[in-house]
Design a binder for this molecule. Sequence first.
Ligand SMILES: Nc1ncnc2c1ncn2[C@@H]1O[C@H](COP(=O)(O)OP(=O)(O)OP(=O)(O)O)[C@@H](O)[C@H]1O
Ligand SMILES: [Mg+2]
Length: 258
Amino acid sequence: MTATAKRKASEVVDDAVPPTTTAEAATTTTTTTTTKVVDLIKNLGGYDNMISQGAEGRVFAVTFLGKPAIVKQRFEKTYRHPILDKKLTKSRLNMEARGMMRARKLGVITPTLYYVDTHQAAIYMERVDGASLKELIRAGAMTEEEMRDVGEEIGRVVAAMHDGGLIHGDLTTSNILLRARDQKVVVIDFGLAHNSIIPEDKGVDLYVLERAITVTHRSAAMFEHVMAAYKQHSRQWSASFNKFAEVRMRGRKRSMIG
Ligand SMILES: Nc1ncnc2c1ncn2[C@@H]1O[C@H](COP(=O)(O)OP(=O)(O)OP(=O)(O)O)[C@@H](O)[C@H]1O
Ligand SMILES: [Mg+2]
């Protein structure tokens, strides 16, 4: 080899990526795989099985680790600042996961949480086989006795959450499922759940629930059972009821004006 050729060869080596040890090489590979965002929802075939699309996100049915599951993915809001949006989305995702876990600890049946994927702003949970209370009310599918039982169960469940300092934040009939195998009440959608012991917050939760349940004359009676059971099970029912009455009054005034 000539002197020039030798110099050229060493230059090539100098310019090249420094030689790595096996350990370093392994780390490099890991880093590459973790930073590469895997579209898990796509891999699981979720996009072909969308079951709902709301203002905040989409819900897909998938099989996760061999089990029927639901993936709830939050949208990125293009009108928000990207960094702020990422932070907000992440905090909402955590709020939802935490709310679900807290409710469970308080004896409320919620889907089992499987996985939180912050890359895709998605939360994976058990898929509950059943119908929503909204569907059941619409179909007029429940007997009076069933409505009484379900109403009482909802009242007990909401009292347990409230006495435990947990506000659901969106207690509508589409967020209450009746499990097919045992007709138990399963509460979902903790995306707006938060910790609070303020009676006003409890009153608002009850008001949202009342509006959702009393859509038909038949179902209106069900709310009476909710309230009776709430009173029976909540230690602070009186403060919650007072605020509920206030919130309701404000709601009425607003609808009379508006
Ligand atoms: N774990 C579950 N098992 C069965 N069905 C579910 C489950 N989670 C959600 N669903 C179905 O998907 C619908 C939408 O889910 P969810 O209420 O959590 O989302 P959303 O209302 O779009 O959310 P948000 O109110 O946070 O925007 C539910 O009304 C229900 O029919
Ligand atoms: Mg919902």
